[in-house]
Design a protein around this ligand. Structure first.
Ligand code: IMP
Ligand code: MG
Length: 181
C-alpha cells in the first residue's frame, strides 16, 4: 500500500446540506421554465456531481431531461489569449431543443461563453446556463448564468466535483484550502 497523500486543512464554505437545499431550489427554477425536449449538457469534469444531483432534483420536479456531456479544456490565463478546446463533444441532437448547460464554476466566463455559442450554432431553440458557483470578480467575458447556486468569494475552491490537481473531487461539501500564512 502506498502512502496516503498529505492532507491539507480544508475549511467548509458550503456544507452538503446547504448545497442540497440550493440544488432543489435551482431545479424548481428550471422546472418553472417549461422547457421543450430539455437537454442538460454537463461540462466535464468539474460539474459531474452537481449535474448528478441536479438531474435527480429535476426528476422530483417532474422533468424527464436527456443528459449529455461536453468535455472542455481551457488554456491560458490573463486578459489576453486563452483558448477553449473540445475534448469530447455533445452527441445528442440539439436542433430545436431547449438546452441547459450545467457547469461547476463561472470564472473568467470563457468556458461558458464557448459552450453557449457552440450549442446555439448547432441549432438549439434556447440555451440557458446553470452554474453552481459564480465568481463574479474574475469575469473577463460578458456572459451570465440564468441559474446560479451561490455567488462565490474570489477563493480557489475544492470538493463536490471540483479539484486542485485532480484531488478532492470526492468531498461531499465545498471548501477552501487553508494556508498557514
Ligand atoms: P472559466 O472559463 O475561466 O470560466 O473557467 C471555469 C472553469 O475553471 C470551471 O468550470 C472550473 O472547472 C475551473 N475553476 C475555476 N475556478 C475554480 C476553483 O476555484 N476550483 C476548481 N476549479 C475552478
Ligand atoms: Mg469546469
Amino acid at each position: 500500500m502506498g502512502e496516503p497523500p498529505a492532507s491539507d486543512r480544508i475549511a467548509t464554505l458550503y456544507s452538503a446540506e446547504t448545497i442540497s437545499d440550493r440544488v432543489d431550489a435551482l431545479a424548481r427554477g428550471i422546472a418553472a421554465c417549461d422547457l421543450r425536449e430539455p437537454l442538460i449538457v454537463a461540462v466535464l469534469k468539474g460539474s459531474f456531481i452537481f449535474a448528478a444531483d441536479l438531474i435527480r432534483a429535476l426528476h422530483r420536479q417532474g422533468l424527464e431531461p436527456e443528459i449529455d456531456f461536453i468535455f472542455l479544456a481551457s488554456y491560458g490565463t490573463g486578459t489576453t489569449g486563452g483558448t477553449v478546446e473540445i475534448l469530447r463533444d455533445v452527441e445528442s441532437a440539439i436542433e430545436g431543443r431547449d438546452v441547459v448547460i450545467v457547469d461547476d464554476i463561472l470564472d473568467s466566463g470563457r468556458t461558458l461563453l464557448f459552450a453557449k455559442e457552440r450549442l446555439a450554432a448547432r441549432g438549439a431553440r434556447s440555451v440557458r446556463a446553470c452554474v453552481l458557483l459564480d465568481k463574479k470578480a474574475r469575469r473577463l467575458e460578458s456572459v451570465t448564468a440564468d441559474f446560479t447556486g451561490f455567488e462565490c468569494p474570489n477563493r480557489f475552491v475544492v470538493g463536490y466535483g471540483m479539484d486542485i490537481a485532480n484531488r478532492y473531487r470526492e468531498l461531499p461539501f465545498i471548501g477552501v484550502i487553508e494556508t498557514d500564512d
